[in-house]
Design a binder for this molecule. Structure first.
Ligand code: FNR
Length: 179
């Protein structure tokens, strides 16, 4: 059956390289998965006082999106060697109640992109640790960390054929793992 995949971008920037990577991923998935995009921009800062029965609407919407997805694909930048606060905040909201949240046992594929040569791999390492805390299931693949990302897209489209090939292999492995 066609899988529902939720794309989560750790950058809110209109011209985000990570969003472009997710768009390229959506293209590679083509008719093999239905992709929707999470909105994490409107979440308030996590506050336990807001995390009661009457949660803020953006939280309820994000949780519904995650519940409706067979798997998540998260692409994130690295900010000061770590996970951007926006993304961490979204995962913190989604992570409650602990160990039985919408993130528990959810299959997740991670990727990162950066103009720098290391491609955000340190942020990805942190994400792995965080998603261990939520009992999420990480797709067992070597890190897909796209370095020099600024040179690999033109007008929002992935134009680097080597990256395209790697992405196709990654998505093939991801879909096989989901089955
Ligand atoms: C960065 N950037 C960055 N890059 C990196 O490879 N390692 C890092 O530690 C950092 N630190 C960092 C901190 C902050 C606050 C910003 C705004 C940026 C650069 C970052 O990779 C670059 O801006 C990317 O283009 C951001 O990803 P998007 O928005 O293009 O997806």
């Amino acid at each position: 059956a066609i899988k529902n995949v939720l794309a989560i971008c750790g950058s809110l920037r209109q011209a985000s390289l990570n969003a472009q990577l997710l768009q390229a991923t959506e293209k590679v998935l083509d008719n093999r998965a239905q992709v929707s995009w999470a909105n994490i921009a409107d979440l308030p800062h996590y506050n336990g006082d807001l995390d009661g029965d009457d949660k803020p609407l953006p939280v309820t919407q994000l949780v519904a999106q995650i519940n409706g997805a067979d798997a998540l694909i998260i692409a994130t930048p690295e900010y000061n060697y770590g996970v951007p606060g926006t993304l961490k905040n979204a995962l913190d909201w989604a992570s409650r109640p602990a160990f039985k949240s919408c993130l528990a046992h959810k299959p997740v594929l991670l990727m990162s992109a950066s103009p720098s040569p290391v491609g955000g791999v340190r942020a990805q390492g942190q994400l792995k640790q965080i998603l261990g805390g939520t009992l999420s299931h990480l797709c067992p693949v070597p890190e897909f960390a796209l370095g020099g990302a600024a040179t690999k897209f033109e007008n929002g489209v992935l134009v680097d054929s080597e990256t395209q090939k790697k992405l196709e292999r990654l998505i093939g492995d991801f879909l096989a793992w989901l089955e």
